[in-house]
Write a protein that binds this ligand. Structure first.
Ligand code: HEM
Length: 454
């Protein structure tokens, strides 16, 4: 159990399922918002099990059992086939969905890219984007959709870091292709995550192909250009990937593997980071006391400057706010695995082929693990407090923990502290966001806030 958090007004939350509903109704709800099929009881119980057609499923909120799935018996609980089927056309057998030896060598070859030194080298691009975002907000006439703004900002960062040197038109085209792709993947995933066979038609599958072709050709062009032009003075993500090799076998990624990994980083890293920032700004607007404290920290450290990677260790309260944001609104709010062998989880028998779900949203709001779980209180994370392992998993855990976690934390700190040091954010009556789960935890109609320079 975490430290006692203050109880108080609660920021927006999802309406979880309270009635037992049949498979058709479940599907209809899941098409719109996967959160609505997570039972309310998942915020009180360690495990909830059920069946959907012929598939048995288990939702785990018990940290020990989650540790078994994510760490101790990793190979017995691979990512579910259906999740892989929808991602594979875009990102191939790349790290996010590969298993066993094929996953391991890619992870080892790319891990050095995410050292603190390499991320610090890339951080000036994050600071430059924070600057441009301030300019955009200054021009926004008092109101802006902060989800939209943050999506733009994190896309600029990742596009510059991966496709550095491409012109703005190309980046815009890539952004459109990526949006088409994530929208279609989001819609399909609802059907896939709950275990429907892949032959059931998914409405969005048609769009997906042209978006994927566009993303593939842009990534391949960028790699070919870089091969002729040579590496940059300060290596960007593409240079680092081209140099990456498995320390054991010395095997390097070929062009198709570099392309798939590049797209994996974009797909896995861009919207997740934008959501953390956007939900964080909503929470600051929700609790002005927290916002004032955050601003006081940012202004005393930055003194009018844009934040840099070097400032990050001096922004502990900013880190607390980001951690609490990812507890209440984890961007990856739901993960799913398929059991390959019979097992027992939290006293429940698990059969081969059962679907094991990790509803991070319900885990992070489970009453047995968190005091006043629906309250926003960054002080839970004061003094570098670390919750019990597997009770807080915004970046996953175990060997498959997010490879970009540190990258995302630095980017989020740079952008959040810079924005808060220069602007005041306030809620607009009647325009509170509604959390909707479509692969990631999105605000349904964006996050419109009042924005005033300070
Ligand atoms: C706040 C931002 C982010 C969040 C909340 C997040 C969350 C996650 C989570 C929960 C997983 C584990 C998925 C699972 O086990 O099923 C994951 C994996 C992954 N993430 Fe992130 N992520 C973020 C940012 C990034 C960034 C910036 C990158 C790359 C630039 C990235 C690249 C990846 C990759 C490649 C994996 C797969 C790792 C593996 O399977 O070995 N993520 N992320």
């Amino acid at each position: 159990m975490t430290k006692v958090a203050k109880s108080g007004l609660e920021p927006v939350k999802a309406k979880l399922a309270t009635d037992v509903i049949g498979p058709i109704k479940t599907l209809m709800k899941a098409r719109k918002n996967l959160l609505e099929i997570i039972p309310e009881s998942a915020t009180k119980q360690p495990i909830v099990s059920g069946t959907m057609g012929k598939v048995s499923w288990h939702m785990l909120m018990d940290p020990k059992s989650i540790g078994r799935v994510m760490k101790d018996k990793l190979d017995a609980y691979p990512k579910s086939d259906v999740t892989k089927n929808i991602l594979k056309p875009a990102i191939g057998e790349s790290m996010l969905i590969a298993e066993g030896a094929h996953w391991r060598w890619q992870r080892q070859a790319t891990a050095p890219i995410f050292t603190h030194r390499n991320i610090s080298n890339l951080a000036p691009i994050m600071s430059a984007t924070a600057h441009i975002t301030c300019d955009r907000l200054s021009a926004c006439k008092g109101e802006a959709d902060l989800f939209d703004e943050m999506i733009r900002a994190t896309f600029e960062v990742i596009a510059n870091i991966t496709f550095g040197g491409s012109d703005a038109v190309e980046c815009d085209e890539l952004h459109v292709a990526l949006n088409n792709y994530t929208d279609s993947v989001g819609k399909m995933s609802l059907l896939d995550l709950i275990g429907l066979p892949t032959w059931v038609p998914r409405p969005a599958r048609i769009f997906k192909n042209s978006a994927i072709r566009k993303m593939h050709s842009m990534a391949t062009d960028a790699i070919t250009r870089r091969k002729t032009e040579g590496a940059k003075d300060i290596p960007d993500l593409l240079d680092l990937l081209m140099k990456g090799e498995d320390p054991e076998t010395k095997r390097r990624l070929n062009t198709a593997e570099i392309r798939d990994t590049l797209l994996t980083f974009i797909v896995a890293g861009h919207e997740t980071t934008a959501l953390t920032l956007a939900w964080g700004l909503y929470l600051c607007a929700f609790d002005q006391e927290v916002q004032d404290k955050l601003r006081a920290e940012a202004q005393s450290v930055l003194k009018g400057r844009i934040a840099t990677a070097e400032d990050c260790p001096s922004l502990p309260y900013t880190e607390q706010v980001i951690k609490e944001t990812m507890r209440l609104y984890p961007p990856v709010a739901f993960m799913s695995r398929t059991a390959l062998e019979t097992d027992e989880l939290c006293g429940q028998p698990v059969k081969r082929k059962d679907t094991v779900m990790l509803p991070v949203y319900a885990l992070h709001r489970n009453h047995a693990l968190w005091e006043n779980p629906d309250t926003f209180d960054p002080n839970r994370f004061a003094n570098n407090y670390k919750p019990d392992r597997f009770s807080y998993i915004p970046f996953g855990d175990g060997p498959r923990i997010c490879i970009g976690a540190q990258f995302a934390m630095i980017e989020t700190k740079i952008v959040l502290s810079t924005l808060i040091s220069r602007f005041k954010f306030e809620r607009i009556d009647g325009k509170d966001p509604k959390p909707v789960l479509l692969i990631t935890l999105r605000p349904e109609e964006g996050i419109p806030l009042k924005v005033t320079p300070v």
